[in-house]
Write a protein that binds this ligand. Structure first.
Ligand code: LFR
Length: 487
């Protein structure tokens, strides 16, 4: 056959989907087979992902995919850093913690007492995020669960394990743990030793494109998929899948993968491990084909999602299109926040935290919802500007085009503000970059697409994209950037 269907299991912070991607030499189309909510649960010991509910959503999604014609293979991607622990019998110990859980408070300082932040960076090339797996393991130190654990599986690897029985650690996601050596691409034996982490916990690494296994008999029976259906290793870190599907056809591109987080940066051939890069908190996470995702995490649409959750909980929900229309009518450059301020990380009353940030920094806090949303979007656009300028300077690259992919690419106001703030053309879309990257790595493994460049050309040729030329008042953006100290 010259056309095949692939099932992409794509779990995000708020929902999970199973998407069918139909790929031919010159065609690429997605249909959503199933979507289900991802609702974190707070237990007495902290905030958790409901792994069984997520897995059940995956199974139901694969069943829907089977009814819609079946799949030549299945791939799984989710957010990064979080993991489940298996005991010696292979049973899951407790529920995976959510990276926004507060148990990592103070854990980084304890890790740094054994291995300093400069040295951690020199080995892993990773940005400091308080919830990196290495700090979560420090927070778990001494627990009965960790003592009983024999295998650590990152969330997508856990789902692949339940689907196939196979045990492995996919490398793009492994690169977010803080335990992988950025130069060799292997688990760092030295770090594990110095941090007292049992190396036997960490499974052998596997690469995007490699087969992971085939469906277990009971999975095939429940879903109706053929028992021989392979699960193909994809870029199981959702951001790596999204970057793989950036529709860039020329060099000189930057990307912003914009969803709950904005991940803004460059694709490089080799890590940047300089002290300047560390100080600016840039990361060298792995992409497909040994590429480096040189980027920074920006708090992203989380700020807006969490405002909407707060407003809904207070009894007055607001639809996103209405909020964006109100924001578009607001005066520009009212209050501005630094989206990366650590106080915005945990779940909770986001409008209140934005107000108190404004008060603390001597600004008039936004009153209306439209003004709050305008504040969030302009602040994100300024953070995009700062991050891309720094990335270009630190990596010694010139950026000619910004590709904004992910759900945020549907937000016209954010795309326009990002073009204006950066002074660069923004190509928005595809919104489903992560699922496309997942599908395309499977398609390439099945011989339908020859290489990474062809994957990107196929996305560019088949997916709706929209271009935003930079406009607006340059001097006003420079002044706004200076106001929050970001140049
Ligand atoms: C985006 C993402 C980011 C990662 C964050 C937490 O969905 O995967 O890349 O830093 O979630 O895992």
């Amino acid at each position: 056959t010259s056309t095949l269907s692939f099932a992409a299991v794509d779990l995000g912070a708020t929902s999970g989907r199973v998407i069918l991607g139909r790929v031919g030499p010159d065609s690429l189309g997605l249909t959503e087979a199933h979507r289900f909510p991802n609702t974190p649960v707070r237990l007495p010991d902290g905030l958790h992902w409901d792994a069984l509910a997520l897995y059940q959503g995956v199974l139901d999604g694969l069943r829907a995919a089977a009814r819609a014609g079946g799949a030549a293979s299945v791939g799984v991607d989710t957010w990064a850093v979080d993991y489940g622990l298996l005991d010696a019998d292979g049973a899951l110990l407790g529920q995976p913690y959510h990276y926004r859980d507060g148990r990592t408070d103070g854990a980084a300082e304890r890790v740094w007492a054994a291995v300093g932040p400069e040295e951690l960076h020199a080995v892993t090339g990773l940005q400091h995020l308080p919830f990196n797996t290495v700090y979560q393991l420090e927070a778990a130190r001494g627990s009965v669960q960790l003592a009983a654990a024999r295998t650590l599986l990152l969330v997508p690897d856990l789902l692949v394990h339940w689907l196939t029985g196979a045990v492995g650690a996919e490398e793009t996601n492994a690169s977010t743990t803080g335990l992988l050596d950025a130069r060799t691409g292997a688990w760092s034996a030295t770090l594990l030793d110095r941090l007292g982490i049992d190396p036997a916990l960490l499974p052998p690494l596997r690469r995007p494109g490699e087969p992971a296994g085939t469906l277990l008999p009971h999975v095939a029976e429940y879903t109706g998929l053929d028992a021989a259906t392979p699960v193909t290793t994809v870029a199981s870190h959702d951001t790596a899948s999204a970057v793989a599907a950036v529709p860039a056809t020329e060099p000189g591109f930057a990307y912003i993968s914009c969803g709950t987080w904005s991940l803004a940066g460059l694709e490089l051939d080799a890590p940047v491990l300089t002290e300047e890069s560390r100080a600016a908190n840039f990361t060298n996470e792995r992409g497909i084909d040994g590429t480096v995702r040189y980027l920074r995490n920006i708090m992203g649409m989380w700020l807006l999602e969490e405002c909407r959750r707060t407003w809904a909980a207070q009894g007055s929900p607001a639809a996103l299109p209405d909020l964006l229309a109100e924001a578009a009518r607001e005066e520009p450059f009212g209050a501005l926040v630094d989206p990366d301020a650590p106080e915005f990380l945990p779940p909770g009353d986001m409008p209140a935290r934005i107000r108190s940030f404004c008060h603390r920094t001597g600004q008039r806090a936004p009153e209306s919802r439209g003004a709050v949303v305008r504040c969030i979007l302009e602040s994100l656009a300024l953070a995009h500007r700062r991050t891309l300028r720094q990335a270009a300077a630190l990596a010694g690259r010139e950026i000619r085009t910004v590709h904004l992919v992910g759900g945020g690419s549907r937000n016209e106001l954010l795309c326009r503000l990002t073009a204006d703030a950066t002074g660069l053309p923004v190509v928005a879309g595809p919104a489903e970059a992560t699922a496309l990257g997942n599908v395309l790595v499977q398609a390439r493994a099945h011989g339908l697409v020859p290489d990474r460049a062809a994957m990107r050309r196929l996305v560019a040729a088949t997916q709706p994209l929209r271009r935003y030329e930079p406009g607006g008042d340059r001097a006003a953006w420079d002044a706004a950037a200076a106001r929050i100290g970001v140049a």
